[in-house]
Design a protein around this ligand. Structure first.
Ligand SMILES: Cc1cc2nc3c(=O)[nH]c(=O)nc-3n(C[C@H](O)[C@H](O)[C@H](O)COP(=O)(O)OP(=O)(O)OC[C@H]3O[C@@H](n4cnc5c(N)ncnc54)[C@H](O)[C@@H]3O)c2cc1C
Length: 509
């Protein structure tokens, strides 16, 4: 096999949500060269990717790495975790719901050992974001979603929120802010906002598309580059004069570290992977936002207008002492019965769904390898609903009951013909819990598998400057560095990790 070597100042592995921000920021300095290694193709000119409302069409398709979960004895073992294989990463596939993390989210990070990541310090990175973050446009506000907002406000007495990012909140209902362009429903993803305007002009930026990074090049404890394979099978050693920045996401960043011999010693030895650096936290602390679903049939068709079919949401705080909301709902203008159908429920011709979601789940999982072959997908064991107090499952049960209260309230009630699933006869705690867990789904927020933490935290993988502990010349910057889950949807937090990472890296050059 012919090996080529190429050399750059910085090598960014993964042109995804955080990777696009970092590559764009670092190449603002014309004296610095950057290579981006991206497993997928470009999103430029691809309407199937760039049109926000087509997001569901990408699930499970050729641009989806599509990771299965391990058997979940207390949850749904059929969940597939979509991860986008395209420039922009999951920001080129997701629904672009854009929440500035709550101050309590950042303060929780700082308390967990992420010094310098408190709410006040993080403000500046939100202000830097280049994405077009706007409220769901009037023309995209569907009549039934508006009536959901009014009914939730009337039923629960929560405030109506116009602009969730204007100030911190504990509860409220309203239309989301999205990172999109309402005039043509196009994404304002990380690639659109950060790379498209500069990628043809900057001679110091090289993007290697459809190129897969499979092993880090290490010299002792110093990361010197990465071994990659192009679509045509060419092997290249991409060297970093200054630093390697790992941005492959919460699944593929720990996966690449493990295949490079960086991770829990016993696990690596069992698979015959030579241990370079014993780092027990790699793959641990696998977080997500699980949610369940309750579906109604409507009397007739629903108007068609929408930004992406789940444009409004609700936050509730059941426990007045909880920092921030402790229960969240997405409202879907479609009958989302994919999981209930497995239990025998049928999809109604027209319908809507509410999805109770756990902002701060207590169950934590783990990602690990099952083979030394880098082409074998890693195992994702989320350990859904395994927390000691059964907090996670109880949250979903509360959620179904609250959703029913809203459905009984006008102006939403008049639209609804019947509850399809779980169905009005399912009312007991046990039955509701069983249903809620078996149809549980993910909103695709895996995080935490290379968590940031203090020097005395044995499971921290990176320090508060995102440097991998015990190694030189390599940082991680993506959703895997989250010490804890944000109460809100995480993409903006990931973009802010990118902005802060770029500053930390640039500051040392
Ligand atoms: C369907 C869906 C809907 C979502 N909806 C929302 C939402 O509305 N709001 C919200 O806040 N969050 C949402 N999320 C979550 C959010 O999109 C992610 O948390 C975030 O984008 C993760 O960013 P990242 O930089 O960590 O990883 P990614 O964006 O996944 O980037 C990783 C990149 O690395 C590349 N890569 C991986 N491994 C390799 C390798 N070995 N070699 C080369 N390249 C590699 C990938 O191709 C990818 O481009 C959603 C996610 C999905 C999938």
């Amino acid at each position: 096999m012919h090996h080529t070597t190429r050399e750059f100042d910085y090598v960014v592995i993964g042109g995804g949500t955080a990777g696009c921000v970092i590559a764009s920021r670092l190449t603002e300095n014309p004296d610095v060269t950057v290579a981006v290694i991206e497993g997928g193709p470009s999103d430029v000119g691809r309407d199937d990717v760039l049109t926000l409302r087509r997001w569901m069409g990408l699930l499970g398709g050729e641009l989806d790495y599509d990771y299965p979960t391990t058997e979940q004895p207390r949850g749904n073992s059929h969940i597939r975790h979509s991860r986008a294989r395209v420039l922009g990463g999951c920001s080129s596939h997701n629904t672009l719901i854009a929440f500035k993390p709550l101050p309590s989210d950042w303060d929780e990070w700082e308390a967990a050992g992420a010094t310098g990541w408190g709410a006040e310090a993080m403000e500046t990175y939100y202000a830097r974001l280049k994405n077009n973050i706007v409220a769901v446009d009037e023309k995209d506000r569907n009549a039934i979603a508006r009536d959901f907002v009014d009914a939730a406000q009337a039923a629960l007495g929560v405030p109506r929120v116009e602009g969730f990012n204007k100030k911190p909140f504990h509860e409220g209902v309203g239309f989301f802010d999205l990172a999109y362009h309402p005039e043509n429903n196009k994404r304002s993803s990380a690639s659109v906002a950060y790379l498209h305007p500069v990628m043809d002009e900057r001679a110091n930026l090289t993007i290697l598309l459809e190129t897969w990074a499979y092993k880090l090049e290490l010299n002792g404890t110093r990361a010197e580059g990465v071994h990659v394979r192009t679509k045509d099978g060419e092997e290249i050693l991409v060297r970093a004069r200054r630093e390697v920045v790992l941005c492959a996401g919460a699944v593929d960043s720990p996966r690449l570290l493990l295949h490079s011999g960086i991770g829990p010693r016993a696990d690596l030895e069992k698979l015959g992977i030579p241990v370079v650096h014993d780092l027990p936290g790699v793959g641990e602390n696998l977080l997500d936002h699980p949610e369940s679903v309750i579906v109604w049939e409507t009397h007739g068709p629903i108007p068609d207008n929408s930004a992406m079919d789940s444009d409004a949401g609700l936050f509730v705080r059941r426990d007045p002492h909880h920092a921030g909301p402790d229960l969240m709902f997405h409202f879907y203008q479609i009958p989302f019965t994919d999981n209930p159908e497995r239990l025998g429920y049928e999809r109604p011709p027209h319908g809507v769904s509410m999805t109770p979601n756990i902002p701060k789940p207590r169950s934590k999982g783990r990602l690990y390898l099952t083979s030394a072959d880098p082409s074998v997908k890693p195992a994702l064991d989320f350990r859904y609903f395994t927390d000691e107090d059964d907090y996670d499952a109880r949250t979903l049960v509360d959620g179904i009951r609250i959703a029913r209260e809203i459905a009984r309230t006008e102006p939403l009630a008049g639209w609804l013909k019947r509850e399809v699933c779980p169905g009005p006869d399912v009312t007991g705690d046990e039955e509701l819990s069983e249903y809620a867990r078996r149809v549980a789904h993910t909103v695709y927020h895996p995080a935490g598998t290379c968590k940031m933490g203090a020097a005395d935290d044995g499971l921290a993988v990176v320090d508060p400057e995102l440097r991998i502990r015990g190694l030189e010349g390599i940082r991680v910057a993506d959703a895997s560095v989250f010490p804890t889950m944000t109460a809100v949807n995480p993409m903006i937090a990931v973009l802010m990790v990118g902005e802060k990472a770029a500053e930390l890296i640039g500051g040392e050059s």
